[in-house]
Design a protein around this ligand. Structure first.
Ligand code: 4NP
Length: 149
C-alpha cells in the first residue's frame, strides 16, 4: 500500500507524518508533498526534525517537493493535513475515484469533525509537540484500519 501525506510547504507537518507512519510499518510505501512550491528541494524544518528525533525517528533525509496530479495515480491513499490543502488537492483531481483517495488525516481519529492539523510554522515549540501527538494517534489508527502492522 502506498500512502502520501500532504501539507502546504512539505517541511513541517507532512514530513513528520511520513516519518511517524514509516516507523510503524515496514509494509508501507510512504511519501509526502506540499501543495505549495516555495520550499521545494529543502530539508524538513529543524523543529520537525527535533520532535521526530525525540521519538527516535530520523526525517533528515527527506526533501520537499510539490504535490502533482500524477500523485493520484501513484498512491492508494492521500492524507491532507488541513482543510485548505484538502480543497487544493481535490481541485486537481480528474475524477471521482481520485477524489475518493483523499482524506483529512484527523478524520481518522475525530471522524467527520473535519479538523485541521494546526499549521506550526509561525508558532512556538509546543506547536510541534502538539502536531506530533495528533499525527502519532492518527497514524496508529491508519495502521489499525488497514491492518498493516
Ligand atoms: P507545513 O508548514 O505546511 O506543515 O510544511 C508550513 C511551512 C511553510 C509555510 C507555511 C506552512 N510558509 O508559509 O512558508
Amino acid at each position: 500500500m502506498k500512502i502520501l501525506m500532504v501539507c502546504l510547504g512539505n517541511i513541517c507537518r507532512s514530513p513528520l507524518a511520513q516519518g511517524i507512519l514509516e516507523s510503524k510499518s515496514s509494509k508501507l510505501i510512504v511519501d509526502s508533498a506540499g501543495t505549495a512550491n516555495y520550499h521545494t528541494g529543502k530539508s524538513p524544518d529543524f523543529r520537525s526534525v527535533n520532535i521526530a528525533k525525540k521519538y527516535n525517528i530520523d526525517i533528515n533525509n527527506q526533501i520537499a517537493r510539490q504535490f502533482s496530479s500524477l500523485d493520484f495515480e501513484k498512491f492508494d491513499k492521500i492524507y491532507a493535513m488541513d482543510n485548505d490543502n484538502y480543497s487544493k488537492i481535490i481541485s486537481l483531481a480528474k475524477n471521482q475515484s481520485e477524489i475518493n483517495k483523499v482524506e483529512l488525516i484527523l478524520n481518522e481519529i475525530f471522524p467527520k469533525e473535519f479538523q485541521s492539523v494546526p499549521d506550526p510554522y509561525y508558532g512556538g515549540k509546543d506547536g510541534f509537540q502538539n502536531i506530533y501527538d495528533l499525527l502519532n494517534s492518527a497514524c496508529d489508527k491508519i495502521i489499525e484500519k488497514y491492518e498493516i502492522r
